[in-house]
Design a protein around this ligand. Structure first.
Ligand code: F6P
Length: 546
């Protein structure tokens, strides 16, 4: 990738800055009044998803300038380089090919002169064969009992996607098997998850790209002890543990039969891996056929992102709108509110996807950026959030663009409740955009003393994303929508969205502190005064010499 001009020096950036000055105070009420067709015009569709972006603080000129910025930053060239398998993760010298994970069997994607698609499908086939055996009960535990409980041990990208997808697609899952997730190194989590499980019926999936992550390896050792304490034979490990990793040697060393290992590759980033073998728990839950549907949903959006014209390209436009608010309005956060209970963990999943990808302070050349990069992502399902933090979005002093997500078809047979859910979804977008003026309140009989408190200024922007129903396929499409949205932002900002050096320092320091907490004698502490005092306080609390 060649060095490009600093973002803030580009012609389109300067034009956007000038344009922002002109429209920053324009109200969505005026924009809709001036153009009654706006709500139908500013809608695009692709891969079964609809994006209504009309309730954003934009005009046609904004979109024109954002697309110009996209062209000036060569976003499409970088996109094509990603799909071709070029090493666009330059700081780790790696290709970025999560798109290959969902490509059809006949596709060709070359990495270092080799077509990776046959390997991808070989792993998918092995996963499917294994999942079928577990689901029909022919894969038994050491004592001959079928598997009734699956525990995925993993953290970050080796946990958030599997847990999110399991919750989202539970309707499609095998109810004879219960699914659990252990991520935190806090031993309380493992203890709580396993307390009611029968070891003889439990399968652990140790999910770790590196197979070195402290939390995962510690929980895996605890799990191994839990199985051995109950079943009293090393031979039980092979029946109760499988691994998902890129690190065969470490898997073997741990004692897991590498025949029971499902691999992936260094060109799959952790936070982009839920559709690799990391999705084993998902496939166990919903079956191989539904899992293929999930992958097809991802692929639908890949194809849309790759081929749709920029002005009709959902992830591209969402990424550019994020840049618009983040860099011109100076917003710091984005709310993501799925109006679907099963998507409760979707915001948490998106936190890692977006914040680990785009929380970067230098550009691809290592220069400190003079513009804002990744936003803080947060959210909760609607309508829950309406009764907790929406007040601040409606009437607070901060501007918080929100993505509101919904599905037309109910997942349960309770259509009435689904109508209520969707009414709330549409109402929130309307209230956030248009608010309520003092005049309107007075006309409705609001007492004067209350009116200032009841005024809702509106002009709070939202994206509305609708799909027909929550299925494996639409979930895949939604995740890929955000993957490529994140990509677009990173390409505009010219940052490496695929490394995560920032998380390393804390890991190194934790490894240094562990023996200082556990030492029998009094350790010589060489940290700052605060860290030293915290370590001493902890040791004292546990009755250790200080
Ligand atoms: O801490 C960051 C991170 O490296 C994530 O990027 C990754 O998803 C997670 O840790 C887990 O890593 P692994 O799958 O190697 O255990």
């Amino acid at each position: 990738m060649t060095a490009i001009d600093s973002l803030t020096q580009t012609a389109s950036w300067k034009a956007l800055q000038a344009h922002y000055e002109q429209i920053k105070d324009v109200h969505l009420r005026s924009l809709f009044a001036q153009d009654p067709a706006r709500g139908e015009r500013m809608v695009i569709e692709g891969a079964g998803l609809m994006l209504d972006y009309s309730k954003n603080r934009i005009t046609d000129e904004t979109i024109r300038l954002l697309l110009q910025l996209c062209a000036e930053r060569d976003v499409l060239a970088r996109r094509d380089a990603m799909f071709r398998g070029e090493k666009i993760n330059t700081t780790e010298k790696r290709a970025v090919l999560h798109t290959a994970l969902r490509a059809p069997r006949h596709a060709t994607v070359m990495v270092d002169g080799q077509n990776v698609i046959p390997e991808v499908h070989a792993v998918l086939d092995a996963m499917a064969a294994f999942c079928d055996k577990v689901r029909v009960g022919s894969w038994t535990g050491y004592t001959g009992k079928p598997i009734r409980h699956v525990v995925n041990i993993g953290i970050g990208g080796s946990y958030l996607g599997p847990e999110m997808a399991y919750r989202a697609l539970r309707t499609y899952s095998d109810r004879n098997i219960s699914f659990h997730f252990v991520a935190n190194v806090d031993g309380a989590e493992f203890a709580e998850v396993t307390r009611a499980l029968d070891p003889g019926e439990t399968l652990f999936i140790i999910s770790s790209k590196t197979f070195t992550t402290l939390e995962t390896m510690t929980n895996a050792e605890t799990a191994r002890k839990w199985i051995l304490d109950a079943l009293q034979d090393e031979a039980a490990i092979a029946r109760h543990f499988v691994a998902v990793s890129t690190n065969t040697e470490a898997v073997r060393k741990f004692g897991i039969d590498t025949d029971n290992m499902f691999g992936f590759w260094d060109w799959v980033g952790g936070r982009y891996s839920m559709d690799s073998a990391i999705g084993l728990s998902t496939m166990l839950a919903i079956g191989a056929q539904n899992y293929r549907e999930l992958l097809d949903g991802f692929h639908d959006i890949d194809e849309h992102f790759r081929t749709a014209p920029p002005e009709k390209n959902l992830p591209l436009l969402m990424g550019l709108l994020t840049v618009w608010y983040n860099n011109f309005f100076g917003t710091q956060t984005i709310g993501v509110m799925p109006y679907a209970g099963p998507l409760a963990r979707f915001p948490a999943y998106l936190q890692q996807l977006q914040m680990e990808s785009n929380g970067k302070h230098v550009d691809m050349q290592g220069r400190h950026v003079d513009y804002q990069t990744g936003a803080v992502i947060w959210g909760e399902p609607g309508t829950d959030g309406q009764h907790s933090f929406y007040q601040l979005i409606h009437q607070g002093t901060k501007l918080i663009p929100c993505d509101l997500l919904g599905f037309c078809q109910p997942l349960s047979s309770n259509t009435h409740q689904h109508d209520l859910l969707m009414a709330n979804l549409f109402a929130q977008a309307e209230a956030l955009a248009f608010g309520k003026t003092a005049e309107e309140l007075t006309a409705e009989g609001s007492p004067d003393f209350q009116t200032p408190f009841r005024v809702a200024e509106g002009n709070r922007p939202t994206n509305m994303i609708l799909a027909d129903s929550l299925t494996p396929r639409s979930l895949g499409a939604l995740v890929a929508l955000y993957e490529h949205n994140v990509f677009t932002q990173g390409a505009v900002w010219d940052i490496d969205s695929f490394d995560q050096w920032g998380v390393e320092l804390g890991k190194v320091l934790a490894v240094r502190i562990i023996p200082e907490l556990t030492a029998d004698g009094t350790p010589a502490l060489k940290h700052d005064s605060s860290t030293n005092a915290l370590i001493r306080r902890y040791r004292k609390a546990l009755g250790r010499p200080v």
